[in-house]
Design a protein around this ligand. Structure first.
Ligand code: ARG
Length: 462
């Protein structure tokens, strides 16, 4: 059996820790937290502004000290943008890395920034700020994909396509109906993302370790400075809302991925040579190392697989949260990786699918070849209904005489479907509007947040 030596502790900002334990507990934070440097600095900027405005004597932080902190935070943000801000193992995470850096440049002033907060509420805040930006970015990208699908649908609104159920030929349909179905599904997902944005848009800062602090902090001010709707009110909930919030956001992401996965599956099917309804852009296909003729839809296969991963991330975060007792628990740190990866995977999948759809072409002849006479069976039965026959009789009449069905003109067939949402009853303006409303919301919010953060530093209220 391996002998375990008594270790020599390693001194960190928050105590002496065994080096192995330090590496184990910090885990991937030293890498993952690089994503959070900027939001961590924004949170600290708002926090120090609030500290400097607290009516206590002696002041916790003077206005001049606050301004010095803001200046240093800006430098850290610039370094982070250039990829030059380091988070070391001794730091454990971004929060202590920023505090170490501020203390190195500002001495005692740096040591004051953590007054009245804990890393627990700090990381909860960072993740909410991060989620806000990411949801807005996702909304813009999903809007692009939904619009691309809608434009594709509009271009091919009169192109007949066999409508299938159970994968078997069913009734006359159109490429326009097929493509705009996915667009509308994405519009629904966008509304869901806006709702999640709003649920997430509350500041947990000031909840500290989970139970607040015995100092007259102004949580509403911090929330306002960061452009939140307000604080998450109950300090215990504000803190333990972590985990739940990430799981909600990932639920939204996985809904987007659900649409992408099914779209990918359809495209794989309908681009098979046996169907050849559509042709994928060559630059979105990959070759084989042995079969020279190959043009493989790897992008689509990966999107389908990534949908499974994003869903798994959502489940992982839910599962690691659901058994936790109230208050902060370190388990929550494990939610960070699936959270960050789930969002990034969703966004890259959405972007790649937009490009793929733009370059996908439609093969009218192949689509037309799918129309065998039996595809018109239901239309024929309904024609008999129009002549006065009860539907069930018409159904049996056609069923017993399938061989009599004529090869009709699929274009004429789809032109007869004019009621709301049918191939020739698609309201493109309405569908465009469903995408535009959440897209506009995202754009306005992003603009508003940009201004809020500018103000935080440039017209500081410390
Ligand atoms: N990296 C930690 C996390 O993600 C920060 C909070 C640490 N808090 C603590 N009480 N150990 O949860």
């Amino acid at each position: 059996m391996a002998k375990i030596k008594k270790s020599v502790g390693r001194t960190t900002t928050v105590g002496v820790i065994d080096p192995g334990v330090l590496a184990f507990t910090a885990g991937k934070d030293v890498v993952l937290d690089r994503e959070l440097i900027e939001v961590d600095c924004l949170g600290t900027a708002a926090h120090v502004t609030m500290l400097s405005r607290m009516k206590v004597n002696p002041p916790i932080l003077t206005q001049a000290e606050c301004r010095r902190v803001l200046g240093e935070l800006q430098k850290i943000i610039e370094q982070a943008r250039a990829g030059k801000f380091a988070i070391t193992l001794d730091d454990q995470d971004v929060h202590l890395a920023v505090e170490r850096t501020l203390t190195a440049s500002l001495g005692d002033v740096g040591k004051k920034v953590h007054t009245a907060r804990s890393r627990n509420d700090q990381v909860a805040l960072d993740l909410r700020l991060y989620a806000r930006n990411q949801i807005l970015g996702t909304l813009e990208e999903v809007a692009t994909l939904a619009e691309t699908l809608l434009a594709f649908a509009r271009r091919h609104v009169g192109v007949p396509m066999v409508g299938r159920t159970h994968m078997q030929p069913g009734m006359p349909s159109s490429v326009g109906l097929w493509a705009s179905a996915f667009s509308e599904e994405l519009a629904d997902a966008m509304e869901l993302l806006v709702a999640l944005y709003q649920v997430n848009n509350r500041s947990p800062l000031g909840s500290a370790a989970s139970y607040g602090v015995p100092l007259p902090i102004d949580r509403a001010l911090v929330a306002r400075l960061l452009g939140f709707e307000g604080p998450a009110h109950n300090v215990l909930y504000a803190n333990q809302g972590r985990g739940r919030m990430e799981s909600l956001v990932l639920d939204g992401m996985s809904q987007v991925m659900l649409t992408l996965s099914r779209l990918a599956q359809d495209l794989m099917l309908f681009t098979m040579p046996e169907f050849a309804y559509f042709t994928l852009p060559a630059e979105y296909c990959t070759g084989s190392s042995i079969m020279p003729q190959k043009k493989n839809p790897d992008v689509l296969e990966l999107v389908r697989a990534k949908a499974a991963r994003v869903r798994a991330h959502a489940s992982a975060v839910y599962d690691l949260s659901r058994g936790l007792p109230s208050g902060y628990n370190r388990d929550l740190q494990e939610a960070k990786e699936p959270f960050l990866e789930g969002i990034a995977t969703t966004r890259s999948s959405v972007r790649v699918m937009s490009g793929l759809i733009v370059g996908t072409t439609v093969n009218r002849d192949a689509l037309r070849r799918g129309f065998t006479p039996d595809v018109f069976a239901t239309d024929r039965a309904l024609e008999l209904v129009g002549e006065g026959m009860p539907f069930r009789d018409a159904y049996h009449h056609v069923k017993n005489n399938l061989h009599e069905l004529a090869q009709l003109d699929p274009e004429a067939a789809i032109r007869k479907k004019v009621h709301e949402g049918a191939p020739f009853g698609l309201d493109f303006a309405e569908m465009k509007g469903r995408i535009a409303v959440p897209a506009r919301y995202a754009k306005n919010e992003a603009k508003k947040l940009g201004k809020t953060f500018q103000k935080l530093f440039w017209h500081s209220s410390c």
